[in-house]
Design a protein around this ligand. Structure first.
Ligand SMILES: NC(=O)c1ccc[n+]([C@@H]2O[C@H](COP(=O)([O-])OP(=O)(O)OC[C@H]3O[C@@H](n4cnc5c(N)ncnc54)[C@H](OP(=O)(O)O)[C@@H]3O)[C@@H](O)[C@H]2O)c1
Length: 222
């Protein structure tokens, strides 16, 4: 089992936590307001889950999921995350996050920005391209013919392998999307963002095969 720490436990963080707990992984939830505000979610998820501070989630996790509004990235505790795999689900929306010049210019991807902050961690970009409801509904066991796939980008092959194994355990396949710099191919507005999993109006979504994800990644312009 892999202990999963959550920095942020909202729509996406809560869904990843739910899938992880259902697969039997210990889960430590955290948010900006404190553990008391997550007691209900923790009890809903059952014994594999507990609520803690961000520091506690970062310390406890074998894999730590950073899933917050991007504007708050600098508040993520870097020291306890050193040497660990950090999953980045975050997207950059200037209208929500404020303007970040390096992202506006395209000099960096949002995951490279987070990797620079978490210099001692191995950041892997995943879950950023799927609507939280689709993530909840499209989980399928290994070998299921209608299994869905998610693109993963990262600079560290071992971290990507660990994330692919975690995805497998919670019902998803992985498609290697290259290094973090190539993560721009799965950012908002690209062909692989949202659409392969169906309309947002249908919360159950539609399965997306590995080939569909590869084709959508290939269709993204640089
Ligand atoms: N929703 C989706 O379908 C979706 C899909 C793919 C990617 N994403 C991306 O994933 C990220 C999270 O999205 P979301 O929809 O889950 O957002 P959300 O529902 O608004 O949840 C955000 C979570 O982050 C926490 N948070 C905010 N600031 C924090 C801080 N400084 N330190 C620790 N925790 C903090 C919030 O806690 P408090 O409530 O206590 O502030 C909340 O638990 C965003 O970057 C988003 O663009 C979302």
């Amino acid at each position: 089992m892999t202990t999963v720490g959550l920095i942020g436990s909202g729509h996406i963080g809560g869904t990843v936590a739910r899938l992880a707990a259902a697969a039997g992984h210990p889960v430590v939830l955290s948010n900006s307001r404190g553990p008391d505000t997550l007691a209900e979610l923790a009890s809903e998820l059952g014994p594999p889950a507990r609520a803690g501070t961000g520091q506690e989630a970062a310390e406890a996790g074998d894999i730590v999921v950073v899933t917050i509004p991007l504007r708050a990235f600098a508040t993520v505790p870097a020291v306890p995350l050193a040497g660990k795999v950090a999953i980045d689900t975050c997207n950059y929306y200037p209208q929500r996050d404020g303007h970040i010049p390096e992202l506006d210019s395209g000099a960096l991807t949002s995951s490279e920005l987070i990797q620079r902050h978490l210099a001692g961690s191995a950041v892997v970009k995943v879950f950023n391209n799927i609507f939280c409801k689709h993530l909840e509904w499209l989980s399928r066991p290994p070998g299921a013919p209608d299994r869905s796939f998610l693109p993963i980008a990262g600079d560290n092959p071992e971290a990507k392998a660990a994330v692919a194994a975690f995805l497998d355990s919670i019902g998803y396949g992985a498609v290697d999307a290259g290094p973090l710099a190539e993560g721009r191919r799965q950012q908002p507005g690209t062909p692989v963002y949202g659409a392969p999993y169906g309309s947002f109006d249908d919360e159950k979504g539609q399965p997306a095969s590995a080939d569909a994800i590869r084709e959508a990644l290939a269709a993204a312009s640089r």
